[in-house]
Design a protein around this ligand. Sequence first.
Ligand SMILES: Cc1ncc(COP(=O)(O)O)c(C=O)c1O
Length: 400
Amino acid sequence: MGQDSPRQQLIATAREAVVERGVLPFGRPMLSDRERAAVMQVLHGPILTHGPRVQAFESAFAAFTGAPHAIATSTCTASLHLAYMSLGLAAGDEVIVPAMSHVATAHAVELCGGRCVFVDAEPLTGNIDIDLIERSITPRTRAVCVVHFLGMPVDMARVCRIAEKHDLFVIEDCALALGARYRGDHVGLWGDVGCFSFYPAKHITTGEGGMTITRRDDVAEMTARQRAFGIDRNIISERTIPGEYDVESLGANYRMTEMAAAIGVEQMRRLGGFLQQRRENYEILSEGLREIQEIETLTSSHGPFESAYYCHCIVLDGSQQWRRREIIEGLRSRGIGTSIYYPQPIPMLSWYRQNYGHRDEDFPVASRVSAASIALPVGPHLNGDDMRYIVAVVKEAFPE
Ligand SMILES: Cc1ncc(COP(=O)(O)O)c(C=O)c1O
């Protein structure tokens, strides 16, 4: 038997550490006894909705982001829908939407009767290609939506300049970007509205949950009303006689429960630690994977762009793209969970393909990232040993 190479030794050592810890899922909610106790406290009391925990969660979120207003909702999709409702988007209005996103980004426009005008991604970050925005503007355009793809902030100064010039609203989909900052300001506060998600794999979770932040008093007031049927008085401080209210606008029931908010309050206390672990994990992967010729990594934090490190996204080059499934299965067989962001550009999903008639060639960058990328985990459920193991296993997939 010959001696193991340094790389094989590294794999063996890292594997031992991981075998002790079990599989490494892409995401895992970080719930402790504190979250469990907080939910139990709610369940022992009479207030399950419209209560103090939602207010406490909103305050903690506002303090962390620096937002003048934070309004908790049932999901990020609800927050996005409310954003367009509060800004008065109407049938036939157009919104510039990144092709590379979760379908919720586009559905929110459609739910208001609006029409998406999809714009391709730029290759370095996967964010909307700002150079393509202006040529997509028509007399019907009312808003630009950006997504901070995988936690990497969009160049908001450039987007806001274009929006101002053409008198457009700016909506920031921050579902993957809690903790991301641009020029020191938290994302979500550059445009008119920012929307966050607390789905289990996100930076913090409340099971399902969302948050709207805004600097605009009018948008905050409309969002708060429209998340509760458009009722003109909130139940905590303004409805002294139960049942006495009027309805001045359309609305939905997009409220967050007290149980969810109780989890959110505890998660906010731990957010700083979660973000630190994500950053450390990301850096170990970046350093370790740098020498693999056949992959590119989407650009991360630099200068004024501070990422929230949602995951570590590698993009296989043309010679390796066809092996993506095999590589993902190889990682899975060694206990490493992965994901894909996103399986197809939104306009290539059946519903949008049928209703908008686009072809793959219309979004070459988004199509390539969808077809060739693998999202590796960096969440705070994993540590440095886990990252070194992932590096070793990914390297195994690309023989020298
Ligand atoms: C960019 C983006 N926007 C919106 C959403 C929808 O979030 P939610 O599940 O909270 O509605 C997601 C979900 O992952 C997302 O990735």
